[in-house]
Design a protein around this ligand. Structure first.
Ligand SMILES: Cc1cc2nc3c(=O)[nH]c(=O)nc-3n(C[C@H](O)[C@H](O)[C@H](O)COP(=O)(O)OP(=O)(O)OC[C@H]3O[C@@H](n4cnc5c(N)ncnc54)[C@H](O)[C@@H]3O)c2cc1C
Length: 382
């Protein structure tokens, strides 16, 4: 398998890197403090083509492969996990569900504005009573004439307070077989019966917007069913396979950020008459971090390349997400250690990377769920 980036992807990576260094890096701390990404940033990301990563060019998107998307996410996450998470939820969950399941008419209606950043997307699977066990979700959608009536709730929805379009999973056949009784619906913001709760006060990825949603007799037209009746859960799992590679790429960005910050600090801080970087114990920590980041990036590229080739990448995405997310937390903790007391202060970004990285072990399938997926594959239980 060839993991070399094409010339086009190298050019894109360098452009996104420049944007991340010039626009995101100087502001990420303030966005983290304020718990918000300013609205104009969505427009800037849209102009760069980052709000429609995989959307075809004829629908205003960048038409990128999954490999290309992971390259972009790593560059953004290098400086701001929250901005990268916003992009992951918008592109890798909401838009991805439309690309996987929506009709051509739905794609033409919704994707062009999502792809430019004029509209923001969110995706709702998790509920107050279930996250890992997503097939146990309890939100219902009942047919009534030409409409679906949705009742229930969603929890921890990224971009939820800013979104113009939500993809919502709901049970359409309450007595039906588990996992085959769920369908997906397109819900526009402002629809009567859609109640957006208060923004969550999070440990990390604080600038990303996370809210609970409540549906009270929310009515959508019959035509807002996204995909086939009863296939919403199956489609959601396809979406998550792609999403997991993106979260893994986000983790690589955070891990790389931790390494680069720690290395720069260790090259100018002196202890016992030597630069920190001249102490072999510190060199070994940095070397281990570099190996970790490299290994995680290769796992991400393998999963993305397989998906781009149309092959199954379910296990490879789970392996990449598990390794990369735990690597990012490890790298951020080591970076804080290398930077000593200064690393514990908010003046340095490494404490933010640690808070951001921890989410990657939880969102889009916890580390335990990735281990379950991998173990079932090992035991041939799928
Ligand atoms: C900041 C943030 C953003 C999010 N964004 C979104 C979003 O945009 N859309 C969305 O739908 N969801 C979103 N989520 C939800 C996220 O995907 C869930 O939190 C996650 O899947 C875990 O579900 P849970 O929190 O209900 O934990 P639970 O499922 O209750 O799990 C609790 C603990 O038990 C462990 N556990 C559970 N079952 C098993 C098992 N069988 N074996 C071993 N251990 C197990 C878990 O690994 C975990 O450690 C977000 C969450 C957060 C925190």
């Amino acid at each position: 398998m060839n993991f070399e980036l094409s010339d086009e992807l190298v050019t894109l990576r360098d452009a996104v890197r420049k944007f991340a260094q010039e626009v995101i890096a100087p502001n990420a701390r303030a966005w983290d403090r304020d718990g918000d990404i300013p609205d104009e940033v969505y427009g800037q990301l849209g102009e760069l083509g980052l709000m429609g990563l995989a959307v075809p060019a004829e629908l205003n998107g960048s038409g990128l492969s999954q490999l290309g998307s992971t390259v972009v996410i790593e560059e953004i996450a290098r400086h701001c996990g929250a901005t990268a998470l916003m992009l992951c939820a918008h592109n890798g969950l909401c838009i991805s569900h439309l690309l996987v399941a929506a009709s051509d008419e739905q794609k033409r209606r919704y994707l062009p504005k999502l792809a430019t950043g004029e509209h923001i997307g969110a995706w709702g699977l998790t509920e107050t009573t279930c996250g890992s066990d997503a097939a146990a979700l309890q939100t219902t959608a009942v047919a009534d004439g030409n409409e679906w009536v949705i009742n229930g709730n969603k929890m921890f929805i990224t971009n939820g307070g800013k979104a113009d379009l939500f993809v919502i999973m709901a049970v359409t056949d309450p007595g039906g077989e588990r996992g085959r009784n769920i369908s997906a619906f397109l819900v526009e913001s402002g629809t009567k019966g859609l109640l957006v709760g208060n923004k969550e006060d999070k440990m990390g990825v604080r600038a990303s917007n996370t809210v609970p949603l409540t549906f009270e007799d929310l009515r959508v037209p019959k035509g807002n069913l996204c995909g086939r009746l009863g296939e919403g859960y199956k489609d959601a799992m396809k979406v998550l396979n792609g999403g997991r590679a993106s979260i893994a790429a986000l983790s690589v960005g955070l891990g790389r950020g931790a390494l680069e910050e720690a290395l720069a600090y260790a090259q100018q801080r002196e202890t016992f008459g030597k630069l920190l970087v001249e102490h072999q114990a510190v060199q070994f920590m940095l070397a281990d971090m570099a190996v970790d980041v490299d290994a995680a990036r290769l796992l991400v590229r393998r999963a993305a390349t397989l998906r781009d080739a149309g092959e199954s990448s379910r296990i490879e995405a789970a392996i990449a997400k598990l390794f990369a997310s735990e690597m990012a937390t490890r790298a951020a903790l080591n970076a804080i250690q290398i930077c000593g007391g200064y690393g514990y202060m908010k003046d340095m970004p490494v404490e933010r990377y640690m808070r951001d990285a921890k989410l990657m072990e939880i969102g889009e399938g916890t580390s335990q769920i990735q281990r379950l997926v991998i173990a079932r594959w090992l035991l041939d239980e799928d």
